[in-house]
Design a protein around this ligand. Structure first.
Ligand SMILES: C[S@@+](CC[C@H](N)C(=O)[O-])C[C@H]1O[C@@H](n2cnc3c(N)ncnc32)[C@H](O)[C@@H]1O
Length: 383
């Protein structure tokens, strides 16, 4: 068994991203096969455990306390820093160690491992915070919500699991605007680097076509671009390409954004006409999956009049396969339903939606094959 484990680790360390994912999925499949139904149920029962415990640990600063120490720490040192009761901190640390979130090196002695150091970073702490809100709060309310609604499609944005779970009448993004900490965490989470970046697969320069590098021409409009992670990504990757790179988002979100080198910051509501005319690219990353088909049409219809003959809309979203979708993609679909009455779409669903707006897919680049993250290059259908 040990030698198999060593072989698998070696295989994973030399594999590319698709290979690494394949190994991971095979191991998960194996786990299902080796478990008895009782093992599986126990695992399900405790599934929220690591997230709940990690959230408490982050609130107490336990990841940071352990990560900044070169040596292992004694329980009483940790207790002093947190201000909690010794018996409580011991139970929490012991549980963290049981989930490999930290290392237990002896009786009441603990040290950081790679996972601890990861969760100590602000961006991952933010991710933890958002994941807790989304999984625990929303997941907890989902079964009753669906039962109360007779398992019908969720189509009203003001009547979703989100309103039930957060006890609000507001839409998710409007609610977040009233919660600066949650909003900031959410936008930070959006910036977490995927192992494969869309720009490493999408041929940006070739897709530009005939581009004469005028400084004042709009090159890339990042609509609903959050904190501008993708706009700055484009600028950094293509310093030789001139043209305006513009980050658009709601005022509430942009007020957290400091100056971004080479990126214009423009408050804008995408349910109103697009003010930047004739941009080569209008980029929508993880936007349309937040909306019903009718709202997607409203967003697209606000872009179309601003497009010139060379303009393309780039939709960066999941394109679900017709069969065998990965669990991360299917759960993303359930989350979109729970939060926004929205969904992830198959290629056929994208084509049908776009056709209703007089648009068509010119090209499709899948940059994370297993999870189906793709960039759709969309153009107007010429009459
Ligand atoms: C899922 S996030 C995606 C952020 C960014 N595109 C990314 O992938 O990192 C959705 C974004 O849409 C923004 N948003 C929501 N409603 C908007 C509206 N009506 N007009 C403009 N931006 C909006 C949110 O503030 C948020 O930044």
């Amino acid at each position: 068994m040990d030698s198999i484990a060593i072989q698998i680790k070696q295989l994973a360390s030399s594999a590319d991203e698709t290979g690494r994912r394949y190994i991971l999925d095979t191991l998960t499949e194996l786990q299902w096969q080796v478990e008895t139904p009782y093992d599986t149920l126990m695992r399900f029962k405790m599934m929220s455990g690591p997230l709940v415990i990690a959230r408490i640990a982050a609130d107490l600063g336990l990841f940071k306390i352990l990560a900044r120490s070169e040596q292992c720490l004694e329980l009483d040192q940790i207790v002093q820093e947190t201000g909690g009761a010794e018996s409580m901190i011991r139970r929490l640390l012991r549980t963290m160690a049981s989930f490999s979130l930290i290392e237990e090196v002896g009786v009441d002695r603990f040290t950081a491992n790679a996972m601890t150091r990861l969760w100590a970073e602000p961006v991952h702490e933010a991710h933890l915070h958002v994941s807790f809100e989304m999984s625990i709060r929303l997941g907890g309310a989902l079964p009753d919500f669906l039962a109360e609604h007779g398992y019908q499609d969720v189509t009203h944005r003001r009547d979703t699991v989100f309103q039930k779970a957060f006890q609000t009448d507001l839409l998710a993004f409007d609610y977040m605007a009233t919660q600066p900490d949650l909003l900031k965490s959410f936008q930070q989470t959006m910036g977490i680097k995927r192992v494969v970046d869309w720009l490493s697969v999408f041929p940006f320069e070739a897709a530009l076509g005939d581009w004469d590098n005028e400084v004042d021409r709009p090159l890339f409009v990042d609509i609903g671009g959050g904190f501008g992670h993708q706009s700055t990504g484009v600028r950094r990757r293509f310093p030789q390409i001139s043209g305006r790179v513009i980050l658009q988002d709601l005022e509430a979100s942009l007020k957290h954004v400091k100056d971004l080198e080479g990126v214009e910051i423009m408050p804008y509501d995408f349910f109103t006409p697009q003010p930047v005319k004739g941009s080569r690219f209008y980029y929508l990353r993880m936007i349309l999956h937040d909306y019903t088909d009718d709202d997607c049409l409203r967003i697209l219809n606000n872009i179309i009049p601003a497009m010139d003959e060379h303009s393309r809309i780039l939709i960066d979203d999941i394109v679900l396969p017709d069969t065998g979708a990965h669990w991360q993609a299917t759960m993303e679909d359930i989350s979109m339903m729970a939060v926004h009455a929205a969904k992830e779409r198959t290629r056929r669903e994208w084509e049908e939606l776009l056709a209703r707006a007089g648009l068509q897919i010119k090209e499709l680049y899948t940059y994370i094959p297993i999870l189906s993250n793709s960039v759709l290059v969309v153009e107007k259908i010429l009459k």
